[in-house]
Design a protein around this ligand. Structure first.
Ligand SMILES: C[S@@+](CC[C@H](N)C(=O)[O-])C[C@H]1O[C@@H](n2cnc3c(N)ncnc32)[C@H](O)[C@@H]1O
Length: 350
């Protein structure tokens, strides 16, 4: 079977002008034939390539389960309430939410839908969930969750060498390189006017379209959690390697045109770009504020109390309670996941 690099090489060789726009290259590198996520090589988790909040431990999902119950009650406890966990990865969030036994899932966990494009990751999804490659069509009634999805959606890459131009990828003698072209269309967000020399920015058109599509058919709430900056301009002031990152095996990876299919490619999410096509969210909070709003401190106190009661002969349950202390420290760390942004949109229809 051809490798991801060979596969992309063939696509480029067959393309007009033998070039592929960067977002299409990224799409193939991550989600195409033998791509990082589709081949089963790449995933979140300790045995994967990077740690996300659900993969820190079950506490994150336990807090989310509380929020889900409150949102379900706000909607009048509908019987057809679904949880769509988009970009579910190996299913850590699903496992923790189900283990927390929220009322909104009582008796029927099949209303928890793990939407994961990398089918190779479905094997670790917990029993009872429905695994799908993409969201079903039509109305989405319930809650759509996207934890660290938007940073992974293919983005266009703009480069400033006096004027803003767009990166395309060529293929010569088995290696990929970049060529720059004038923009063929205008972005909906304001292009930074004072970039540093050689600045680059992501154009997150696919992420903006993804949010717009969900909002157009949502009856409930969309919750997006990611590493993000309010304005694209911020990224034009930083060295691009700061925000355009690659990962493999818990290490920083190589240049984004190297090790194709063997490393993740990700960007800081630009909130101004996400909201340009669909409008302001109903709330924007840090992950730390969000988790505190939904009772993380109370859960940690409960963990400490149970641990103290059982520490003389701790069972697995007591150990899990104790680990809430260190999990909370990591989840609330403002220099880490605690500083991520949580964007919520509410769309309630009759
Ligand atoms: C950074 S991982 C996050 C995984 C998980 N949400 C977590 O927090 O541990 C992003 C995941 O989104 C998946 N993904 C990317 N684009 C997708 C899409 N359009 N539909 C469904 N899943 C997608 C990737 O395959 C990958 O598993």
């Amino acid at each position: 079977m051809p490798s991801a690099a060979e596969h992309i090489g063939r696509i480029i060789d067959a393309a007009d002008n033998e070039q592929l726009r960067f977002d299409h290259f990224m799409n193939e590198a991550l989600y195409g034939a033998q791509g990082f996520y589709t081949s089963g090589v790449g995933r979140a988790g300790r045995r994967g390539d990077f740690i996300t909040s659900p993969e820190i431990g079950p506490l994150f999902g336990t807090v989310i389960a509380r929020a889900l119950d409150a949102w379900w009650r706000d909607m009048g406890r509908p019987h057809d309430f679904h949880i769509y966990d988009v970009g579910a990865g190996p299913g850590g969030l699903a496992r923790a939410v189900i283990a927390a036994q929220p009322d909104c899932l009582a008796g029927d966990v099949s209303r928890y839908v793990c939407v994961e494009i990398g089918e190779a990751q479905w094997k670790t999804h917990p029993d009872g969930v429905t695994s799908m490659k993409s969201l079903p069509s039509g109305e989405l009634r319930g809650v759509v969750l996207a934890n660290e999805l938007l940073d992974n959606l293919p983005f266009r890459l703009l480069v400033c060498d006096g004027t803003w131009r767009e990166a395309w990828v060529t293929h010569r003698a088995g290696a990929f390189s970049e060529v720059l072209y004038p923009l063929s269309d205008e972005p909906a967000f304001a292009l930074p006017t004072k970039p540093i020399l050689g600045a680059r920015i992501p154009w997150q058109q696919a992420a903006g379209e993804w949010v717009s599509d969900i909002l157009s058919r949502l009856n409930g709430r969309l919750v997006v959690i990611d590493y993000a900056v309010p304005l694209t301009t911020e990224l034009a002031q930083r060295p691009w390697r700061d925000w355009l990152r690659t990962y493999a095996g818990h290490e920083k990876g190589a240049h984004y045109l190297r090790n194709v299919g063997a490393q993740d490619i990700t960007t800081d999410v630009c909130i101004d770009q996400i909201i340009a096509p669909c409008g302001q969210p109903d709330s924007v909070r840090s992950q730390s504020q969000f988790l505190q709003l939904w009772g993380i401190d109370e859960l940690v106190e409960e963990g400490k109390r149970i641990w103290n009661e059982e520490s003389a002969r701790p069972g697995l349950g007591a150990m899990k309670m104790r680990s809430r202390i260190s999990e909370a420290e990591a989840l609330l760390d403002l220099n880490g996941p605690g500083g991520f942004s949580v964007l919520e949109w509410i769309r309630l229809r009759e």
